[in-house]
Write a protein that binds this ligand. Sequence first.
Ligand code: ADP
Length: 470
Amino acid sequence: MQANRYSLKKRISFTYISVYVGICVLIILSFVVGCALYVRDKCEEPSDLLATEIAFEMTTSGGQIMREFLYEKCLLYGINEVFVYDDDNEVLFATTYIRDNDRYFAAKDKGMLTGFLPNFAEISEGVYITDHKKTVVDDEAQHDVRIIIHHSISDELAIFKYIVNMSFVLLLTGLVLFIVFGVSKTHKMLMPITEMTEVAKKINGENMDLRFDTTGAKFELSELALTINSMMDRIMESYDKQKRFVSDVSHELRTPISVISGYANMLKRWGKDDEEILMEGIGNIIQETETMSELVSTLLFLARHDNETLKYELQQTDVSAMMADIVKDAILANPGVKIFSEIDDSLCSYLDEARIRQAVRVFIDNGIKYSADGEKRLFVTLKKKHDHFEIMIKDNGIGISEEDLQHIFERFYRADASRTKDTGGYGLGLSIAKVIIIAHGGKIRVRSKPGEGSEFTIILPQRTVPQKKD
Ligand code: ADP
């Protein structure tokens, strides 16, 4: 891990430097090629012309040529020296006798001619030498001559060397500046990644509120840091919920377990002899066990929902009949409560009847449970709308405060008023109802005022049995 820590920086810097060096090489190469082309155009063409003119002059003057003619032409074409040789490499005419051209013959014979430089023989001591073979007709006889022409390119070479040296110095200076500033810029740009890595290493279950500092990060890195931060917020939120859920579950289970254990101990001590104690203990143990088993099955339901393994058995259901049935049961079970209902006829929908009954019962039970002193009234309605239907349960109970309204659908949430009141709930009823309604594509609307009562409306889409595909 540690060995690779700066590898991204190194790689980026290395890429930049390679590109820079590549561009420098290209610049120098194109300069060299440009100079070579310039020298070629300056030397090759006039020397070819001159060689042709010399051959023509020799032909017309019977193999002779005037020195003045050569000087004049050299001056005209800017040429230094000209040597004319016969077939046996003997000098016929020359502007000077000082030079020995054997080396150039040898160079040329080694195959240095190309299409690009057809006459080029050699560059030596600032002189570009060309070698031309021409045919001269002399006294009716035809023989070959060889014309060696020297061009002085020392001025061009001097400028060329000077420019190349200067370019090297400039490009090297550029390279040093590039390394110093480019590398430090890359380092600075990628610094937030190093910092983010450090912070990420520190984040664990105990430390989930640590966040990346986004002030130094720019562009995509800042976006990345913000995205990870908001992701961490969401993870922390669900982690906290999970933690709270686990602690609530253990808390809720602890009470019945300790009650059962208390009664079991009591039975062990006195139950054998005292029938009354025996019956009381057994009765309480059965009751606590039932409560616990109810809680465990509720938790199992939520766990299945969380794991997405919860199955709904959808079927065409007579919702009107179902609601009438639920209301009838509620009236029977709660003789002290005035329950009014208004149920639209013949409303059918494709749903899991048992689950929807379970959800509606939660609202009815709550309406009865969280009643205020005085006459208890409950209104239950089923209304058919355009493509959906609404089940409304309204009570005249204690109502819910604005603060509590935001949390009542959270698992294990119980408003303070209901905590103090011994209503016996675990704060799971509404969570379960919500899960069921949402799974059916519905939603829940709540209106409540403390002291006035609450109104819960379940809005469900009206569905028909899906057609089977062939
Ligand atoms: P519980 O098992 O405690 O009833 P629920 O999830 O059903 O759990 O309800 C969560 C909380 O919402 C209750 O503890 C109660 O404070 C509040 N609540 C729900 N329904 C009503 C209602 N009809 N009137 C007043 N408070 C309600």
